[in-house]
Design a protein around this ligand. Sequence first.
Ligand code: NAD
Length: 256
Amino acid sequence: MGLLDGKIAIITGAARGIGQAYSIRFAKEGAKLVVCDVLDCNETKAKVEAEGAECLALKVDVTDEESTRKMAEETINKYGRIDILLNNAAIYGGLVMKPFENISVEEWDKVMSVNLKGLFLCSKAVTPQMKKQKKGKIINISSTTFHMGVPMLLHYVTSKGGVVGFTRALSNELGEYGINVNAIAPGFTMTDASKGITGGNKELFEQLASMQANMQAIKRREEPEDLTGAAVFLASDDSDFIAGVTLPVSGGAGLV
Ligand SMILES: NC(=O)c1ccc[n+]([C@@H]2O[C@H](COP(=O)([O-])OP(=O)(O)OC[C@H]3O[C@@H](n4cnc5c(N)ncnc54)[C@H](O)[C@@H]3O)[C@@H](O)[C@H]2O)c1
């Protein structure tokens, strides 16, 4: 028996990194998956199916309302319901730390669009079905960079602060329908996206990763798999009375 047996879960940004790790873990827990990304999700789909789970892979742009509507529609067509939305897609990979004066307006807008409008549109797309079911779980992904006020990533950190506000307010709108809205704030996690954050300067990346680990209560680097237990918990019936929280999963860094 898995904690998510028979549950239908949509995971955005599932093509790689932490989104892929969530997908594999949800499959292990018995969920049926819809893995979505602007990138090809076939690698994730194969890994999910290798766990014996059903999986639909969709090309979805979370900033496009029509695309997110289709995501919900195709999920309902295939499985008949939507139990879980894990809003993991974000602009993180490809960002390089820099002084805020050097962030272009275009880059600022892109980060806000994916990291905030994406949550809004995906949540809007699944909510009618979750309301009908009188049950649903929406899990958003913030970041401890917000709680720590990490410099040199102003657009990203600001957007991840927005995720905390979005989570609290939406939770208060949807609680009465049996829909739990919560968030996870990961710490500095060892994905390819994180490895690119120093613009290819490996020495600087190593320094950052070691510094971060030393600041934590648990003094080792965070891996994508460290985040999956919290996501399963917030997606499962075990968290039915938890609403509006942002849970740091960071080895103890960035606590508020
Ligand atoms: N890695 C970390 O240290 C860390 C720390 C805190 C929070 N996070 C958050 O965790 C999540 C995953 O991080 P990651 O390290 O795997 O980064 P990542 O960049 O590899 O993953 C983000 C995914 O979102 C997808 N995406 C981007 N724009 C999209 C769009 N318009 N529509 C649909 N999909 C889109 C990307 O293609 C990518 O697959 C992100 O929300 C990130 O902000 C990561």
